[in-house]
Design a protein. Structure first.
Length: 277
């Protein structure tokens, strides 16, 4: 059987399309007997095999990106997670997330599953993630996709792309104002906009934690409920966005800051994602 000659041009072409290493591309072309499409399938199968092997690995690093639509009516956060910061900091990794984000925005995606189903060249984004697992040698996964809409939205990417925040307000305002609130969300990690929309499960958990601590401190049982409610009030102050102290001016709350700009201005939605959480 004649040996198939694998030329450098084909190896480079396969590398450019898949991002795989030169030797991996050469081996794939050799296995595919020079057939370019078959070689791509070989690399994808290698990616699937590696993805299966590394399925139980933790993906605590990654690249988090927040973006808005051109009209500033839609915003979303996407995160492609990996195992090490060495991979996360690679320029090509960030560019891949950028491409995913552009496709998600163009197709008005609302969930991770919708993003994974989008066409990416001749495969889906989900398949591309598996392919790149084989190329990079680490488990990759889209761990976050959150989308919101509003009268005006803003997207904040903290330097390093490990944390991002998006928010929507009910009245159009200066960009600096929404940027300030997005930075507040990124830094202070509120659980909800206000105490009225704080999830009941969160409230119950905080009360239970407070009661347990009070019992450990030996507080009288007939006083525990009242003291726990006081601690819950403090929790709302510290952990709901509008009631938090404004980080740029500790003498005012976020709600007061917004009202100083426009008495009708408020936040209608926000999302935050951080690799550090």
């Amino acid at each position: 059987m004649a040996t198939i000659e694998i030329n450098a041009k084909d190896v480079m072409k396969l590398r450019t399309q898949t991002g795989a290493g030169m030797m991996d591309c050469k081996k794939a072309l050799a296995e595919a007997e020079g057939n370019f499409e078959v070689a791509i399938d070989v690399l994808r199968k290698q990616g699937q095999k590696l993805a299966n092997k590394r399925a139980d690995r933790e993906t605590t690093e990654g690249f988090v990106l927040a973006k808005t639509s051109a009209d500033n009516k839609k915003a979303f956060i996407i995160s492609l997670n990996c195992e090490t910061d060495f991979v996360a900091k690679n320029e090509s990794f960030g560019k891949l997330v950028e491409r995913f984000a552009e496709l998600a925005l163009a197709n008005n995606c609302q969930t991770v599953e919708e993003v994974k189903a989008l066409k990416f060249d001749d495969i889906t984004i989900g398949e591309k993630v598996i392919e790149q697992t084989g190329v990079i040698g680490e488990k990759l996964e889209i761990c976050c996709f959150e989308a919101i809409t509003g009268e005006q939205v803003y997207a904040y990417n903290h330097p390093g792309n490990r944390t991002a925040a998006i928010l929507a307000v009910n009245v159009a305002t200066e960009v600096e104002v929404v940027k300030n609130i997005a930075m507040q969300i990124a830094a202070m990690n509120p659980v909800s906009i206000d105490k009225a929309d704080c999830p009941q499960s969160v409230i119950e958990k905080e009360i239970e934690i407070a009661k347990d601590l009070l019992r450990q401190e030996g507080k009288p049982e007939d006083m525990i409920d009242k003291i726990a409610q006081g601690k819950l009030t403090r929790f709302f102050k510290d952990s709901t966005l509008l009631n938090q102290d404004f980080i740029k001016d500790g003498k005012t709350t976020v709600a007061q800051y917004l009202q100083s700009v426009n008495k009708d201005l408020t936040v209608t939605a926000f999302r935050r994602y951080s690799l550090a959480d």
